[in-house]
Write a protein that binds this ligand. Structure first.
Ligand code: NAP
Ligand code: GLV
Length: 305
């Protein structure tokens, strides 16, 4: 069995990690590899597919597959498999705790008061009085929603299809989105980028958030209307935005987000794919496919995720 590894960076690290998990495979690295049975991909050059006529499955090294699906060269009849958790849910929970506690305990306001040498205590509020909305409650958003609910916050989630998560008020559809937006003092975005979610958080939907709400986007930049967000931040309608993902990455020098006093930027690191765990997952799935068994994580091309 031949397995191709083709990524935009650190191909040798991926090679070594997969070699340890799948010793029975012949591994090949890079765009010029001979025809293989499986491909492990992250931001590959388009030319790689022309040399791969016999692929049985392709594995994305990320949870999001919008980049691969946007490539016209991507074979349409070969199953595309995405990463499922692989240690990313725990990282997303860390990120969400940080953002939620910063907003809930008003650390931003205390930092502002400090710059003015102003002693400005605020009263106690119970966790249950802090409402958090989570858009996208799949593998990552679902783990985050449940962790925040277990911590004692009041959490609502929104998905495409009806779902049930312990401790989380789950909604779907247009009415569900309206309810979540209207009640969220903090909105966390975990949606995949698809034709249905592109531009979802537009001016009108951002205006549905309560005044002074905080927003964190860790999905893809295109889900947000940047101008509408900047306007809402300028007016103070949105108090703070935590942005990990952007329409164009790296974020361009001079972009208004860089210097906006209400924007906190991280460079697409909310959850990184850990080599070892990811390769264990890929190896297990390849072995199941080799044995004629079913696997989870196959992307539904019609849905786009
Ligand atoms: P997932 O398991 O597929 O979950 C996606 C969730 O979004 C599901 O709950 C799904 O609803 C919901 N959804 C999709 N389209 C929708 C729509 N049109 N309306 C309402 N809900 C919709 O994906 P995941 O593993 O949690 O990953 C989510 C995204 O996180 C990835 O696609 C990627 O863009 C991003 N990500 C970012 C980083 C980072 O470092 N910033 C790292 C990893 C992933 P259903 O439950 O009904 O299907
Ligand atoms: C990272 O953004 C991923 O989709 O895994």
């Amino acid at each position: 069995m031949d397995v191709l590894i083709c990524t935009d960076k650190e191909q040798d690290r991926w090679h070594d990690a997969l070699a340890g998990c799948l010793p029975e495979a012949r591994l090949h690295v890079g765009v010029d590899a001979p025809p293989c049975d499986y491909a492990v991909l992250w931001k590959p050059p388009a030319a790689v597919f022309a040399r791969q006529p016999r692929l049985q499955a392709m594995f994305s090294l990320g949870a999001g597959v919008n980049g691969l699906l946007a490539m016209p060269e991507l074979p349409r009849d070969v199953p595309l498999v995405r990463m499922e958790d692989c240690g990313m849910a725990a990282q997303m929970v860390e990120y969400a705790y940080y953002v939620a506690l910063r907003q809930f305990r008003r650390f931003r306001q205390f930092a502002a008061a400090q710059t003015e040498q102003r002693w400005a205590p605020r009263g106690f509020r119970p966790r249950a009085k802090f409402h958090i909305g989570v858009l996208g409650i799949g593998v990552l958003g679902g783990a985050v929603a449940q962790a925040l609910a277990e911590f004692g916050f009041t959490v609502s989630g929104w998905s495409r299809s009806p779902k049930s998560l312990d401790g989380v008020h789950c909604t779907h559809g247009d009415n569900g989105l309206n309810t979540v937006l209207a009640s969220s003092q903090l909105l966390l975005v975990f949606l995949p980028l698809t034709t249905a979610t592109e531009g979802l958080l537009n001016r009108q939907r951002l205006s549905q958030l309560p005044a002074g709400a905080c927003l964190a986007n860790v999905s893809r930049g295109e889900v947000l209307d940047d101008e509408a967000l900047l306007d809402a931040l300028d007016r103070g309608h949105i108090e703070e935005a935590h942005l990990d993902v952007f329409r164009h990455e790296p974020l361009a020098a001079g972009h208004r987000y860089w210097s906006h006093p209400r924007v906190c930027i991280t460079p697409h690191v909310a959850a990184l794919t850990p080599y070892a765990i990811a390769c264990i997952q890929v190896a297990e799935k390849i072995r199941r496919l080799q044995a004629g068994e079913s696997i989870t994580g196959i992307v539904d091309r019609a849905r786009g995720y």
